[in-house]
Design a protein around this ligand. Structure first.
Ligand code: HEM
Length: 186
């Protein structure tokens, strides 16, 4: 499976992403414009739109669990709790410092879904890996069907995912104009 472009009607943002056909969870990302010289931006705007049956969702930006930046999120009442994690073995991932995440205003919980829309700064490289946003790469999702142990705490432990999957995230097709990107952050 490969990502494609879609507009989320809840926020008007054009994302490059994918809805997994099994659980109906949508994963999207949009990147600042590419520059022709110098270093590329190290941030993006991401979203996870998940049915309430999804008790936690993970996004592995390097396409695998180990030695990758893992973004994990779950609903807690009407808010979304998120955590950056890292794992060097197939056990509970530990907190990973460095990325700066800010929830954007369209983050919400409604009667059917939780919607996590976030700015992720310092998110394109991590210990042992990086994203080349001029290109495409494998991303992976993890689906948790059990509630995390302490939903209010972003350092909470949680049980292993009940499923995971992979897709090709075409980052090269996921760059907004500078004006659009600035609007998305507003
Ligand atoms: C694979 C355990 C959390 C992403 C695996 C596997 C195990 C495991 C045993 C291998 C399964 C197999 O090959 O059939 C755990 C445990 C966790 C946890 C015990 C927490 C308590 C996470 C999180 C993410 C994640 C938070 C993502 C954010 C993946 C992915 C795979 C995987 C993408 C498949 C690809 C790979 O082997 O790297 N996990 N996991 N896991 N896990 Fe986790």
């Amino acid at each position: 499976q490969e990502s494609s472009s879609y507009v989320d009607p809840r926020n008007g943002i054009t994302f490059q992403g994918l809805t997994d056909p099994t659980y109906g969870v949508t994963y999207g990302a949009v990147f600042p414009p590419l520059v022709s010289s110098g270093a590329q931006s190290t941030e993006f705007i991401g979203e996870i739109v998940a049915p309430l049956a999804a008790k936690w969702i993970g996004l592995a930006l390097g396409g695998a669990m180990l030695d990758n930046l893992l973004l994990v999120a779950w609903p807690n009442g009407n808010s979304i709790v998120y955590s950056t994690r890292y794992a060097t073995d197939y056990v509970q991932p530990v907190a990973y410092p460095g990325p700066v995440i800010t929830n954007l205003p369209s983050t919400s919980v409604n009667a059917t879904h939780w919607n996590w829309v976030f700015r992720c700064q310092n998110c394109t490289s991590w210990s042992g890996g990086s994203l080349d946003t001029t290109s495409g790469a494998a991303w992976a999702w993890a689906y948790g069907n059990t509630t995390v142990d302490t939903p209010s705490n972003n350092a909470s432990t949680f049980a292993e995912h009940s499923d995971f999957g992979f897709w090709g995230e075409i980052m090269s097709a996921g760059h907004a104009s500078a004006a659009d990107y600035a609007n998305y952050l507003a």
